[in-house]
Design a protein around this ligand. Structure first.
Ligand SMILES: C[C@H](O)[C@@H](O)[C@@H](O)[C@H](O)C(=O)O
Length: 467
């Protein structure tokens, strides 16, 4: 049986210019960075994992990844795969690291990268894409793979098992359906701050032409500016003339669009503040944007402020605007509380901030129990590649629905991955089908050589230009 013998870690940073200079209200200079790990074994089997950060600090994450990965050296991979929940607990329980994590901060993020690499390796060893490996698990195996510590007040293993068993017999139907029509997506790429009105209008038209009908816009720097940009986007997405040839407006009252403030063509607009406001400020600011009819405000305030989110949700409900958050919720307990406090309409897991697939499964289970749709965060490098797997697991094996869900899509940096994600002509994610792609996060060696910090060819030449 292959044993883990070592690992390679790379600090890969893609400059803001490669992401179209898109910024948000908190991040105005954001090189997209991947702390990237390849786990090695004494056989040909490898596992790739990464985490997403922006710019400076990625070297600290790489250091933490080395610390976490060290504990796996010498371990038998089949023993690790046999009980991924137990493996996760082992990874989370390094007594020497406990004071600085996990369950928080850099060590938690690093654990995510390593756990994801291990899941990638597991899927490759079975020659299945990650999602397929997991949806083929029996309910018992799926429950065994999750992270259970500290959440039994919200969901027990028995409850989870019951839930999974109820939809087990219809898994094959859902798998066939999503393979055929793809998984619903929304686009972030048109609505960054810092774009001119012309650029916003052009990118929105392009996104509509690609078949998207959910659009996200960044807000929070200036209310009047947000209102103007929102109206530009609305004027395009609500106008049937921009729809792709041969398609018709969707009925805004259809079941999957209920409560989403859909416009006359069935298009939906969401807004995202990236944590800029205090609670009362968030409420006032967002009320001022009611005219552009957002489905939800994302990250209105500090990501750990569960009760703050609950207060904002309550105040905005009469205005028909919901609350979404999660990309910075650093562990399953924060999600547990957001759900228990009825603080969110939409749960936005992050594939890299949570400590890997095992912890994500726990949040998917809790969200399904509380009836909150999961719409993963994917605004970064590699995140779109990752999250399509998680949404497929959610749809096929856990919640059993994808009608109200939308998975974020940003259209940059996919070319650095050997098996990039893709979108079909209806603006939906295609299902990854390559049996050797694992968790789809393997990067081209040439991309690593070019963008590794600080000595990759791109950064050396950038330094040369500055000198
Ligand atoms: C800096 C990043 O692009 C963020 O703006 C992005 O992750 C964002 O919050 C999102 O929801 O996509």
């Amino acid at each position: 049986m292959p044993k883990i013998t070592g690992f390679e870690v790379h600090d890969v940073r893609f400059p803001t210019s490669l992401t179209g200079d898109g910024t948000d209200a908190m991040n105005t200079d954001c090189d997209y960075s991947s702390a990237y790990i390849t786990l090695l074994t004494d056989s040909e089997l490898v596992g790739h994992g990464m985490t997403f950060t922006i710019g400076r600090g990625n070297d600290i994450v790489c250091m933490a990844i080395r610390e976490v990965a060290n504990r796996l050296i010498g371990k038998d991979t089949e023993e690790l795969f046999a009980d991924m929940g137990k493996t996760w607990e082992f990874m989370m329980s390094d007594p020497q690291l406990r004071w600085i994590g996990p369950e928080k901060g850099v060590i938690h993020i690093a654990t995510g990268a390593v756990n994801n690499a291990l899941w990638d390796m597991y899927a490759r060893s079975r020659q299945k894409p990650l999602w397929k490996l997991v949806v083929d698990f029996s309910p018992e195996e799926l429950v065994r793979s999750a992270a259970w510590r500290y959440i039994s007040d919200a969901i027990t293993k028995e409850e989870a098992l019951d839930m999974l068993k109820k939809i087990e017999s219809t898994k094959a139907e859902r798998e066939a359906k999503v393979r055929e029509i793809g998984y619903p997506a929304y686009v972030t790429s048109a609505g960054w701050l810092g774009y001119s009105d012309e650029k916003v209008a052009r990118l929105t038209k392009e996104a509509v032409a690609m078949g998207f009908n959910h659009f996200k816009m960044k807000v929070g720097a200036d209310q009047a500016n947000d209102l103007r940009r929102g109206k530009i986007i609305r004027s395009i997405i609500d106008d049937p003339q921009y729809l792709p040839a041969g398609t018709h407006p969707r009925d805004p009252n259809s079941e999957d669009l209920k409560g989403k403030n859909a416009g006359p063509t069935g298009s939906v607009l969401m807004i995202d503040a990236n944590q800029v406001w205090d609670v009362p400020q968030a409420i006032e600011y967002v009320k001022g944007l009611e005219e552009i009819k957002p489905w939800f405000i994302e990250e209105p305030t500090a990501p750990d402020d569960v009760l703050g989110h609950a207060a904002i949700r309550k105040a905005l409900k009469p205005h028909g605007i919901g609350v979404a958050t999660g990309e910075h919720a650093h562990n399953r307990m924060v999600f547990k509380q957001l759900l228990q406090a009825e603080a969110i309409d939409v749960c936005q897991i992050d594939s890299c901030r949570l400590a890997g697939v095992s912890e994500v499964i726990s949040v998917l289970l809790m969200s399904a129990k509380f009836g909150v749709p999961v719409c993963p965060h994917a605004g970064g490098v590699g995140l779109c590649e990752y999250v399509i797997h998680l949404s497929l697991i959610d749809y096929i094996a856990i919640s059993g629905t994808m009608e109200r869900n939308v998975l974020e899509f940003v259209d940059h940096l996919h070319e650095h991955f050997i098996t990039p994600c893709s979108i079909n002509s209806k603006g939906r994610y295609n299902v990854p089908t390559n049996p050797l792609e694992g968790y789809s996060i393997e990067m081209f060696q040439t991309s690593i050589a070019e963008y590794e910090w600080p000595n990759g060819s791109y950064w050396l030449s950038a330094k040369g230009k500055k000198a």
